[in-house]
Design a protein around this ligand. Structure first.
Ligand code: ACO
Length: 379
């Protein structure tokens, strides 16, 4: 970081505070995540996802009347217009990646002119699961399942994926995931959304930009590879051999380490408990046990590999296990993260709009200053 009296330079903006927010607080030293006043452990496994969206948007939990009205408002906006479905069909014909399809289809919310920021946010949050589920089915050569307005947000997402109403444990597990990752400080996609909306651009543009940022492997892309490693290991007694080889080749162990957390990511604990409950009632109990062994072995090897750094399990390790247990294919892990984080992105848009101040940092010019023009024929 370089400072003079008027500017601060920090590569990657590390250590720079870019906004005040009441939405979430990430304490990397203490391993603490607060979402709108609630420790994540208190909120995630109790609230419905609609309650968390409402909390982020209104800074208060809804009462029963408000919750019923909010559920209805979202439920009424889930259906995709024909143009969005046509776009998804064209994307599926070209086997476009699911995050790219989501980014393109989320932009179609501007068709038909949603009225104002709040309505844009409602439509985005309501439609994103429909887009992801429809696209997943189209990729599999199946017709999309129409949304069911009577079901909650999470239950309806699972229903649209496979056409069957999910059991209560499945809904609870998905809601726990969605709540846990609904917001997380000034992460890259949230910052992107705030930069866009700070120009007085619209919420749809901000969310489309945020989806683009989330797609990058340094941000939202680790859970698929984390699960691949568990499958590659296959048997608990192979964990040490496989993981040692990876570290020996200079590879990083996916699902471990974090830029901000210097202790265990609190979201990993919440999702580990949810995965334990899910796999106890339904699913591949052997896979869950294997994942625990892989985690234990990885932590031991990372302590040897980087003594003093305290590399711990991050949110992605148990995300992978939980979403896999819910029957989601790995290519939907990123889009499902977006479905959850849309709650935080839109809430940050409202905060930034209230502040109404453009985000405009500076750059340090490191190019030359003494060039002289050379005519084309002399170059
Ligand atoms: N496996 C092996 N070594 C690691 C790992 C890991 N998972 N994580 C960090 N290290 C090593 C680094 O290579 C570095 O070594 P060096 O000093 O020899 O270069 C050292 O530990 C310190 O690294 P950090 O400064 O703690 O890591 P950084 O902040 O640059 O990166 C990151 C954080 C990208 C999450 C990293 O830990 C990583 O690549 N993890 C694996 C990928 C992953 O799980 N990503 C999801 C993160 S959660 C999220 O973004 C929602």
């Amino acid at each position: 970081m370089r400072n003079d009296s008027r500017t601060i330079f920090a590569s990657g903006l590390e250590g720079v505070v870019a906004a005040e927010t009441r939405l979430s607080s990430v304490d990397g030293e203490a391993g603490e995540l607060i979402i709108a006043g609630f420790p994540v452990e208190e909120l995630a496994s109790r609230a419905t996802f609609e309650e968390v969206i409402y909390l982020l948007w209104h800074d208060a939990l809804p009462d029963s009347g408000e919750l019923a009205a909010f559920r209805e408002e979202l439920g009424a906006r889930r259906t995709l217009p024909g143009a969005t479905l046509e776009l998804l069909r064209a994307a599926a014909a070209e086997r476009v990646g699911a995050m790219d399809a989501l980014r393109m289809a989320a932009g179609t919310v501007s068709l038909g002119g949603a009225g104002g920021s709040y309505d844009e946010a409602l439509v985005l949050v309501a439609r994103m699961p429909t887009i992801v589920a429809a696209y997943s089915r189209l990729l599999d050569g199946e017709e999309p399942v129409a949304p069911e307005p009577g079901l909650g947000h999470a239950a309806n997402y699972l229903y649209m994926l496979d056409g069957e109403e999910p059991g209560e444990e499945f809904v609870r597990a998905l809601e726990t995931y969605l709540n846990t990752v609904s917001d997380h400080g000034m992460n890259a996609s949230t910052f992107a959304a705030r930069v866009i909306v700070a120009t007085r651009s619209d919420v749809v543009s901000a969310v489309v930009g945020a989806i683009g940022a989330l797609k990058g492997p340094l941000h939202g892309g680790a859970p698929g590879p984390a699960l691949d490693v568990v499958f590659e290991i296959g048997e608990a007694d192979r964990a040490e051999l496989v993981l040692r080889e990876k570290l020996g080749r200079g590879e990083r162990l996916m699902g471990f380490g974090h830029r901000i957390y210097r202790v265990r990511d609190p979201r990993a604990d919440v999702l580990a408990a949810a995965a334990e409950r899910l796999y106890a009632t339904d699913g591949d109990g052997e896979l869950y046990k294997l994942a625990l062994e892989v985690e234990k072995t990885a932590l031991g090897l990372l302590a040897e590999h980087k003594p003093g750094r305290n590399l711990q399990t991050n949110v992605e390790f148990y995300t992978a296990l939980l979403l896999h247990g819910l029957g989601l294919p790995a290519e939907l892990f990123g889009p499902t993260f977006a479905v959850a984080r849309a709650a935080g992105w839109t809430a940050h848009c409202f905060e930034q709009q209230a502040l109404d101040r453009i985000i405009r940092p500076q750059s340090v010019y490191v190019g030359s200053r003494d060039r002289r023009w050379v005519p084309l024929e002399e170059r």
